[in-house]
Design a protein around this ligand. Sequence first.
Ligand code: ADP
Ligand code: SF4
Length: 685
Amino acid sequence: MARNPRYDVLFEPVQIGPVSAPNRFYQTPHATGMGNMMPNSSVALRALKAEGGWGVVCTEYCSIHPSSDETPYAYLSLWDDEDTLQLAATSKAIHAHGSLAGIELWHGGSHSNNRGTREVALAPMAGSAKYIGPTQVKGMDLTDIDRFRGWHRDAALRAQQAGFDIVYVYAGHDYLPFQFLSPLSNQRQDQYGGSFENRARLLRELIEDTREAIGDRCAVAVRLAIDELHGDHGVTSSGDGRRIIEYLGELPDLWDIALGGSLGNDSCSSRFSSEGYQEQYASEVKSLTSKPVVNVGRFTSPDTMVGQIKRGVQDFIGAARPSIADPFLPHKISQGREDEIRECIGCNICRSANNEGSPLRCTQNPTMGEEWRRGWHPENFKPANQPASMLVIGGGPAGLEAALTLGKRGHQVTLAEASSVLGGRVVRESSLPGLQNWIRVRDYRTYMLGQMENVDIYLDSNLSTADIEEFAADAVVIATGCYWRRDGLGASVSSPLSIRENHNLFTPDDIFNGASISGDILIYDDDHYMMAGALAEMFLAAGHKVRYVSPATTVSSWTAMTDEQDFIQSKLLSMGLSTSFSQKIDKIVENCMYTNCIHSEKPIQHTFENLVLVTGRESNDRVFRELNVPAFRIGDCLVPSSIADAVYSGHKFAREYDEDPVSLIAKRERALLQPNTTLHLEDQA
Ligand code: ADP
Ligand code: SF4
């Protein structure tokens, strides 16, 4: 298909200092949870972005020196020549597709715990570290600052040697150069503190050093937190943020504008931000400099992207998450296939991977992170060895993804869904406050399935075991989801409680099925992801008085992994939520829930008008158990988990169906012994 001429502007080349980007699609630096310990996976991931049409592909944060170490989180490093060689593989793979390779040089300052390297942590001022622990950080003296500039310069030279085209000075997300900028972390009395010019001195010097070292061949980019969102005492976009651009605006070759003192603001979830949410900041910078500007905003709509360029908000379309959800987004627009974009839903499961210290995963894109170890490509599928007739039961994320992938492999697929709509849990969950974008999990798949002649979909088809057996498919795939439990079993309770039926006791399923509730609501959360907090928000917005009880010490505690926890708790408290933490359920008798403090065992009674139990879930596997023909379970029917895991489960099943098991063993990154170490297995016998 031909490209819509409306989108031509997105495919114009853009000059960035001495290098030229082939188009405006700019994959900004983003974490992968892979870092220097998973180099093969890293290379394959970035190469795929370039293959998908991103004109600029950047690495994640790359430490310039062992004093910038965030063990156990995965980061790249440019400390020595071996690192240079390793990263050269990334730039080469990106160049192979005609894209520019960018690298984000990083020093974490007081954020670096240095647990791996055991170096002393450095910061503008002596004092507390920005991570919790019994360590403090050393205030940098002028010799430390000189050394730091030397490390940065050396790393820039190595970056150039490794073949990178764009080299970042990273003054965002509260890392070291930003710590010097902010009056909140810099109260030095010398030439690096006090006045604005003094606080900006180190950033200016880093830009100048980098330009002097490599500026003839590489573009020098600055990633700047234009507003740290800590109020008037910190860097604000109308105060010091603006002054930085006025002062240094023409010094680098590109400004990459970030927001906030933490990643949670910059990669804000869709629950708390909409597409293009940073526009006002990017526009302002653009009006103050002649240099190209890039900024993220979870852009997935080509029309919005065109608007960004035409209205002069920025010169590129900055993207991290949209490029994770769909590495081929630029190609799809270029080929007139924009309806096929797998749009990011803004759930931040990708952020949770890094926050948990694990490789990148994505709700929408099950192949993300699997490019090297499983050889999965998001757009290419190995044709079935023997096309078979496949019956998929259940049209939630797992069933839809399985049907789509089986169909792409050439199987004849029939999908039966009991209800009158496709989507399963995403229909329910996307009805919660702020989660509307989650419906994209269904919409992308139903659109794609609608294009396929070898997939038939039947709604209102609650198949019995007899129906399934009679269908006589070559393979039956059960994707019938799960139920929320009503017996108290959850993350902190491992055996069911005896809970008598009570018409004022609800599970999330009851709420989604339209249970009518009046009066005050007690929510007990032993699930810890978004559900209890989102239900609380829904009830508060509808005028209920809501009390939240949990064994955890924060609301929706696991959402700290998706960088949403602060947002959730602040919002709910501002809406009037009352809380009781560290409480583990003991029993429910009539209209009273009894809990014990998890530390002191002290009992508390919570009388309630209505109780919503958000605890564990149980597979809906009745059909599977009663079937007399072999079948495969996938998604929540196999193991209740996140939507991301349900999609992955459906995808993995479909990729692997009828394949030789030996060919399916995932490759592993290996930590290798030194080459001169000789060891023979027989010596160990
Ligand atoms: P998952 O996350 O694993 O995809 P969901 O709960 O989202 O699970 O989806 C399961 C889907 O299966 C729901 O849409 C439900 O209506 C459907 N379903 C459950 N039992 C049957 C059945 N016997 N026949 C057809 N569809 C079913
Ligand atoms: Fe977007 Fe969620 Fe995928 Fe992250 S995990 S890229 S937020 S869909």
